[in-house]
Design a protein around this ligand. Sequence first.
Ligand SMILES: Cc1ncc(COP(=O)(O)O)c(C=O)c1O
Length: 411
Amino acid sequence: MKTLNSPTAKRALDPVPLLDLRRQYESIRQEVLAAIARVCDSQGFILGPEVEALEREISAFTGAVAAVGCASGTEALWLALVAAGVKPGDSVITTAFSFFASASAIVRAGATPILMDVERGTLNLDARLVRKRLHTNRPKNLSAILPVHLYGQCADMDAFAGIGEEFNLAIVEDAAQAIGAAWRGRGAGSLGTAAAFSFYPTKNLSAYGDAGIVTTTNRDMAEHMRRLRNHGSPRRYYHEEFGWNGRMDAIQAAVLRVKLPHLAAWNEARRQHAATYDKLLAEAGLVSKSGVSKSRVSKSTTGIGSTSPADSPVQLLERDPHATHVFHQYVIRAKRRDDLRAFLADRKISTEIYYPLPLHLQPVFSYLGLNEGDLPVAEQGAKEVLALPMFPELTEPEIRRVVDSIAEFYP
Ligand SMILES: Cc1ncc(COP(=O)(O)O)c(C=O)c1O
């Protein structure tokens, strides 16, 4: 395997961050400060016209019918689940390979998460397994399925829409990592009953604090979520059901409105960086050059269909031809992953593991009764995945330095 030309000794010492928000801030500083000043001048800090304008803009951007701003992506998931009809005593199927909130929001809605395994190629919830389970052993009181668009690539929404119809289940998209992503050209957030987005500062569209939004294709659900995020109150000091304080701050909405017009270009830059990684990793002989497109015919849960020969030190995740990926993360599967990560850290290259322990093995979910070996694809993923630096302002020399260093690690 050949090592790419090493950059200068000086550059070899420059850190490559996983994400550098300062670069983005420098490019929009004046607009952001003006937007924050606008809110301060108005002295209206919670909900109000900035949040309403953001809701209209996100609704148009995603292709949904309505959007409801709220306090976080976690809150958005809870709102979506409750408005979709999930109630105490129900169960909801979701992936075992996601951020904790995908499952904890189900618990907060009073339901039981049914954690299931993922596709080997994309690490998204495996629709074939879900369908099989529904035919053979449908969980008691199942009311919804919550697929997660992991790393910015939509789960198989043809399959989940079909399952939703066939089994009369709500489909709630966890689109926290996928704003701007699409499935067959339709935006994430418009593909199911409702969808949750996070604007946590590391996300592709990020606030200056916590914030989130729910989109839906159903106006009544949107009105219900507006009440739920405000203590279940249709008008001041009158309460018809138990809601919560899940409201969005006006300052966050104002910042997000500055950023939203840039999002398509930022997502495109991420796609370009992903293509550069793909190319340089292949040129370095670290992965197969055969491409990373998912075959829609030979999809498998057992490891067949991976994108590099099994003996490659690095494997790329599959890209579904129906999905427009927004590369919230650029994730590889790596042999000796933890040693590689330490080696890169030594060279000041930051990486992250999303996620080191699948949800069914988290101590807090031991009551679900799942054990090691029960969801083998998620468990293997947790041992191999490594997210490399990815953000719109990343430079090609930085990507080269990352790939050079990976090539150095695997002699
Ligand atoms: C897949 C997924 N779901 C839900 C969330 C929760 O979002 P937040 O951190 O805004 O509550 C996140 C964010 O980390 C996420 O990545």
